[in-house]
Design a protein around this ligand. Structure first.
Ligand SMILES: Cc1cc2nc3c(=O)[nH]c(=O)nc-3n(C[C@H](O)[C@H](O)[C@H](O)COP(=O)(O)O)c2cc1C
Length: 276
């Protein structure tokens, strides 16, 4: 006899450890799928309930009112060097939670700036997938344009902008690759379609057209229909270890607050205020 639960058949005769392992794999996969899915739903919601398509609903939209009230509330919010956390990652965590609570769209999207060996800067958006004591984590293709730049010059800048809260966070630091094991773990938590996407896309290279990419994706979907997609060696994570972190809070009359953390030594940070 078996219990059917969202595509999983759990046999009652399996021992408890096996069931726990199944549940753990299922939960990881399910959360990964839901995170991707909710991002799609949110953007769909934004499009369909936009001012052009549903003007009445848009005006009445609770979300809009919430955001407006946040704006009023936040323009009177201040940021003081006396109140901030001693550690910038802790302060980041506090602000990130507030951004999530406020429903900021793609609050984890950040601009990543790199430089070429001849000092030419370039910037693009990537998604932050974690922040912890050692720094800020994102994933990419190691052979992409940015990947090659970071290999040659492992110094980067990150910028978050959360307009709903009138907040900006700027981070400067050194970048290094995560371990293979860390990248593997994250890679396999992603939806299978995204895993195949990473396999078939030679990111940043010129390609003939879209058709070849789609054909390759379909071939690989069939190839890996009944087995795990191996993480390509050229795909993985990075951690940005911060050296300087600035928290910017919008204030009336352009007298914004700018609180900057500068790494003093291994353990401590110097906190200063800059003129807006
Ligand atoms: C919202 C958003 C999220 C993105 N997230 C990532 C990401 O996490 N990793 C990544 O490699 N590219 C991501 N991209 C694509 C990059 O912006 C960029 O096009 C790609 O990485 C190639 O950059 P490069 O040619 O400078 O290496 C994202 C783009 C957008 C708009």
């Amino acid at each position: 006899m078996g219990i059917r639960a969202i595509g999983f058949e759990l046999s009652l005769s399996q021992n408890v450890q096996e069931i726990m392992a199944d549940c753990s794999r299922f939960t990881t996969k399910y959360i990964g799928e839901m995170v991707d899915y909710s991002a799609h739903l949110l953007s769909l919601h934004r499009k369909t309930l936009s001012q052009n398509y549903c003007p009445y609903y848009y005006r009445m939209s609770v979300k809009k009112e919430v955001v407006e009230s946040l704006r009023q509330e936040y323009s009177s919010v201040s940021l003081s060097e006396k109140d901030v956390a001693k550690d910038p990652v802790k302060q980041f965590g506090k602000w990130f939670k507030e951004a999530m609570d406020a429903g900021v769209n793609e609050a984890n999207a950040m601009t990543l700036a790199t430089t070429s060996i001849d000092r030419k800067p370039s910037a693009r958006i990537v998604l932050m997938k974690g922040y912890e004591e050692r720094g800020f984590i994102f994933y990419s293709n190691y052979l992409s344009a940015k990947g090659k730049e970071m290999a040659k010059n492992p110094v980067v800048a990150l910028v978050f902008f959360w307009p709903e809260l009138e907040r900006q966070i700027r981070i400067e630091g050194t970048v290094e690759k995560l371990t293979k094991e860390e990248s593997e773990k994250y890679f396999h938590s992603r939806p299978k379609g995204s895993q195949i996407g990473a396999v078939v896309s030679p990111q940043s290279q010129v390609i003939e057209g879209r058709a070849g990419l789609e054909k390759s994706w379909e071939e690989n979907e069939t190839r890996y229909a009944n087995r795990d997609v191996p993480k390509p060696a050229y795909w993985g994570g990075y951690v940005v270890r911060p050296q300087v972190v600035e928290f910017w809070q919008g204030r009336p009359s352009r007298l914004h607050d700018r609180i900057v953390y500068k790494k003093a030594d291994k353990q401590s940070w110097k906190i200063v205020r800059l003129a807006p």
